[in-house]
Ligand binder design. Structure first.
Ligand code: PEP
Length: 249
């Protein structure tokens, strides 16, 4: 059975004291949600967050990692380093990484392999740009992002893969895909997985939607049958808003 997941991507926000305040505010929130909850602080605050949240139901995840085990990669962080501080899940392929740091599907395939080889779970992000959607190419773009970065994997590897469909035109713009647009794309993604790996694998993979999810629209988006949760940017920086989204499940 696939899980419902709500993950907050804090991006390059919050210094140590701001991180501590937000973590405390998160711990004060009440929830009856059945969703798994995750937050992704910046690298420098991961260790602190793991220790603060160790007795909570909130998992601390990383926003990125390098594919190499170690070596001459100045400024980079490896899967082993993340694991050594208790981080077991990593977000890979966020559109900001693709756009500002030139991350390609081929590079991401290497990162996915490195994370899985260390027993980590991957939240793999992808999504079309506005021009792709205007040209009616959104399924072709999304299909090729998934195939290029993930279709070398075995069926068993998908137990540790979570997909996050994030149309680039909806990230941080206030513009959200309609619940129907999200459902149509998620159904396409699941069918793409089913065609390659079979229905059982496709049914077991959680597919999150990301792009301007807020308390006001979360419930309707999450009500769609192929939307298993959300990757939340801006609204994850306020504990009340984030948990209002979590409580949409
Ligand atoms: C994101 O960056 O993954 C994201 C979905 O951002 P926002 O919710 O701010 O659109």
């Amino acid at each position: 059975m696939r899980k419902n997941i709500v993950a907050g991507n804090w991006k390059m926000n919050n210094d140590l004291s701001q991180t501590e305040s937000l973590l405390k505010a998160l711990q004060d929130q009440k929830t009856t949600s059945n969703a798994e909850v995750m937050v992704a602080p910046t690298f420098t605050n991961l260790s602190q967050a793991v220790s603060t949240l160790k007795d909570s139901n909130i998992e601390v995840v990383a926003q990125n990692m390098h594919f190499a085990e170690n070596g001459a990669y100045t400024g980079e962080i490896s899967a082993s380093m993340l694991k050594s501080i208790g981080v077991k899940t990593v977000i890979l392929g966020h559109s900001e990484r693709r756009e500002y740091f030139n991350e390609t599907d081929e590079l991401l395939a290497k990162k996915v392999d490195a994370a899985l080889a260390k027993g980590m779970r991957v939240i793999f992000c992808f999504g079309e740009e506005l021009a792709d959607r205007k040209a009616g190419n959104e399924e072709a773009v999304v299909g090729s992002q998934i195939k290029n970065a993930l279709f070398h994997l075995s069926a068993a590897a998908f137990r540790n893969i979570v997909l996050a469909y994030e149309p680039v035109w909806a990230i941080g713009t206030g513009e959200t895909a309609s619940p129907e647009q999200a459902q149509d794309m998620h159904a396409f993604i699941r069918q793409t997985l089913a065609n390659k790996y079979g229905e059982d694998v496709a049914d077991g993979v959680s597919i999150l939607y990301g792009g301007s999810v807020k308390p006001a629209n979360a419930e309707e988006i999450f009500s769609k049958p192929d939307v298993d949760g959300g990757l939340i940017g801006g609204a994850s920086l306020k504990a009340e808003d984030f948990f209002a989204i979590v409580n949409a499940f």
